[in-house]
Design a protein around this ligand. Structure first.
Ligand code: SF4
Ligand code: MG
Length: 282
């Protein structure tokens, strides 16, 4: 994906990070605001678009790379973190944002999620969680409540315990964990900027309503509230808090310090991506 030319020596604005492609999300979809939060965060950090890449998998939220004026890659289902990992290891100087949804990121991409947290690669992982598969017309996802009974595929609800992404991220080694709400564009932008600044794997779960298949999620705007406590650097404490909170407190919930993975081997020179290209040449 290409991008527009960057204005020289002028402060960049959120508009500079938006492409000319018009989003095709449903009117009222939370993902519009998330796009605005991402472009606002990039403008706050004044990152040059040519030094930023947004990669994604498949789903409504994964359209984001097309709408951002930076490098981008719209990948295949569940593989956004695999793409982001490869890119960051090969081009560590780039700021790499990985965009996903609850279906893409926690179902088929669940295994990549665990290992990206464990590796603590310096990626910012933004998941637009609407607790439903939106693009494929409203099936329950890993984060859907067990008694949500609006899908023809699960007319009585799934009865399944939902996946708890923030807790799983912490148990797997993520070094920054935050929850945001798409309806708070500036608050979410600030969290994304902080996540980008954090060195290591940063996970921002954004509650982003799917107004088409989960109209009940419009109520989220009345339920979200800022976390009442300061972020902790103790993962066990963060897990206890997150397991017992109401699921609607927003802010940084954990920020720790752990060396980010680097492609440089402990005792040797940096890995040369050209070596692998040559090795797998056909
Ligand atoms: Fe957004 Fe849901 Fe429409 Fe997809 S189906 S664009 S998630 S409102
Ligand atoms: Mg979804």
């Amino acid at each position: 994906m290409t991008m527009d030319a960057t204005p020289v020596s002028e402060a960049l604005t959120p508009r500079d990070y938006k492409s000319d492609i018009k989003p095709v999300w449903c009117p009222g979809c939370g993902d519009y605001s998330v796009l605005g939060s991402i472009t606002t965060a990039l403008a706050e950090l004044q990152l040059q678009p040519e030094n930023v890449a947004v990669v994604s998998g498949i789903g409504c939220s994964s359209r984001i790379p097309a709408y951002a004026n930076c490098y981008g890659f719209h990948g295949v289902h569940g593989r956004s973190l695999a793409l982001g990992t490869g890119l960051k290891v090969a081009r560590p100087e780039l700021t790499v944002l990985v965009a996903s949804g609850d279906g893409d990121g926690f179902s088929i991409g669940g295994n990549h999620f665990l290992h990206a947290c464990r590796r603590n690669i310096d990626l910012t992982y933004i998941v637009m969680d609407n607790r439903v598969y939106g693009m494929t017309k409203g099936q329950p996802s890993p984060t859907t409540e067990p008694d949500w009974a609006e899908s023809a595929l699960a007319p009585g609800g799934t009865g399944l315990r939902p996946f708890h992404p923030l807790v799983i991220a912490l148990a797997s080694g993520a070094s920054f964990v935050a929850r945001a709400f798409s309806g708070d564009l500036l608050g979410t932008a600030a969290l994304i900027a902080e996540a980008i600044r954090h060195e290591g794997f940063s996970f921002v779960e954004i509650l982003s309503p799917c107004v088409t298949f989960r109209p009940d999620e419009r109520e989220w705007r009345n339920q979200v509230h800022p976390a009442s406590v300061e972020p902790t650097d103790d993962p066990a404490r963060a897990v206890r808090r997150i397991m017992t909170d109401d699921g609607f407190n927003t802010g940084v919930l954990f920020s720790g310090e752990r060396p980010a993975y680097s492609a440089a081997t402990p005792d040797g020179p940096p890995v040369d991506a050209g070596y692998f290209e040559k090795e797998f040449e056909v």
